[in-house]
Design a protein around this ligand. Sequence first.
Ligand code: ATP
Ligand code: MG
Length: 216
Amino acid sequence: MSQITIALSKGRIFEETKPLLAAAGIIPAEDPESSRKLIIGTNREDVRLLIVRATDVPTYVQNGGADLGIAGKDVLYEHGGEGLYQPLDLQIAKCRMMVAVHKDVDYAASVRRGARLKVATKYVKIAREHFAEKGMHVDLIKLYGSMELAPLVGLADAIVDLVSTGGTLRANNLVAVEDIMPISSRLVVNQASLKLKRAQIQPIIDAFAAVVSKGN
Ligand code: ATP
Ligand code: MG
């Protein structure tokens, strides 16, 4: 039997993937939050888990460093998804991609005036397409985290970021003003692996699909 490698990020994706793995008969041997290991074994001799940065999951799977992976649509969109088979929306790690501004800013008025806004984001591709569709000219500022800070110190007029409860926005005096798209995580599969290891991979896809169709 060949080895099946699944790339996951720790944190919410790992936590929300555990029940899916369990449905496929896969139990991680260690908790990545407390272990320093980047390769984690499972109860199944033929299955191992790789712990990688969320944004690196598509790269590992695309290049065959992993056969399967789980990544947010945000990450897949920015990556482009070339060479990845994406059979399933897993309905986990759900949130929304939104535009937010400082609560004292009249965003609608700026848009009406045709003001050229500075927009800070980690999601440059999503932001560029969103504002292009609206016919707005914006200057994009690429950040790697803590986007909420940018409008507070005058680095940007707006941010494009993921929002779930809105708690982080509120805590930083920001409000969401536009909803760009709903986000959830998808299963991604290396196309060659699917052909060569179908007998092992298809049952995992099917077990995940059964959990998803039950509404998690
Ligand atoms: P890092 O925190 O290591 O910089 P990251 O922010 O991309 O990386 P996570 O915060 O674990 O990593 O997010 C992983 C994925 O979970 C994201 O790509 C997104 O799809 C989803 N996600 C992010 N924030 C939320 C949220 N607040 N609620 C639900 N899902 C989220
Ligand atoms: Mg994060």
